[in-house]
Design a protein around this ligand. Structure first.
Ligand code: IMP
Ligand code: MG
Length: 192
């Protein structure tokens, strides 16, 4: 049977690969252990900020065997730009009750800190038993609102990255690696 090359090794639109699929997998597994050391065997509720955190949330959930509940919250995105525009807005809110629950808020990347600050504030108002935050990537140097996540996959420099859920104009989310988007493409209009 002919073997089909599912994914090219390096996507042509990437300037470089920052984390390979194997490196991501290894780090997600480690984060699962870190979660277990904090939550023990107890139940908690995951709140995932979509769309970006979809892949990370799905993988991380499968690294833990705690009983978990899942809800998603949709926050307005960058549009087609690579820099955050103004204040993020809640587009679609939570549907399950989190009062009195231990909550783990998950996002793909912590950048200016505005998104996670907004969502943390909203969750806190709903009176959870506790709130912890987990991001896969942390661009510490770009913070405009001070915020320290409880669990961080990797700290990264100020580069616009795509893949593993992260997008540019809704594309590249399905790349299994995380890479730096070719800067020339960041300014170009997308394909029709
Ligand atoms: P913040 O509100 O500035 O912290 O931005 C967080 C959101 O911006 C994340 O949930 C991502 O959706 C998006 N974001 C920030 N940096 C990047 C990046 O390098 N690539 C793709 N999306 C990013
Ligand atoms: Mg996002």
């Amino acid at each position: 049977m002919p073997t089909r090359n599912k994914t090219p090794k390096v996507h042509p639109d990437l300037e470089s690969v920052m984390f390979t699929e194997a490196q991501i997998k290894k780090r997600v597994r480690e984060l699962g252990h870190e979660l277990r050391s904090v939550f023990g065997q107890g139940e908690f509720t995951i709140v995932s900020i979509i769309n970006g955190a979809v892949m990370f949330t799905a993988d991380l959930m499968r690294e833990i065997d705690n009983p978990v509940r899942l809800d998603c919250i949709r926050i307005s995105s960058y549009g087609d730009k690579t820099k955050s525009l103004g204040t993020p807005q809640i587009v679609s809110s939570l549907t399950i009750d989190i009062a009195g629950r231990h909550v783990l808020l998950i996002d793909d990347i912590l950048d200016t800190g505005k998104t996670i600050t907004l969502v943390s504030g909203l969750i806190t108002k709903l009176r959870p038993a506790s709130l912890r935050t987990c991001v896969f990537l942390d661009k510490e140097g770009r913070r405009e609102v001070p915020f320290v996540a409880d669990f961080v996959g990797f700290k990264i420099p100020d580069k616009f990255v795509v893949g593993y859920g992260l997008d540019f104009a809704e594309r590249y989310r399905n790349l299994p690696c995380i890479g730096v988007l070719n800067p020339q493409l960041q300014n170009a209009p997308g394909p029709a």
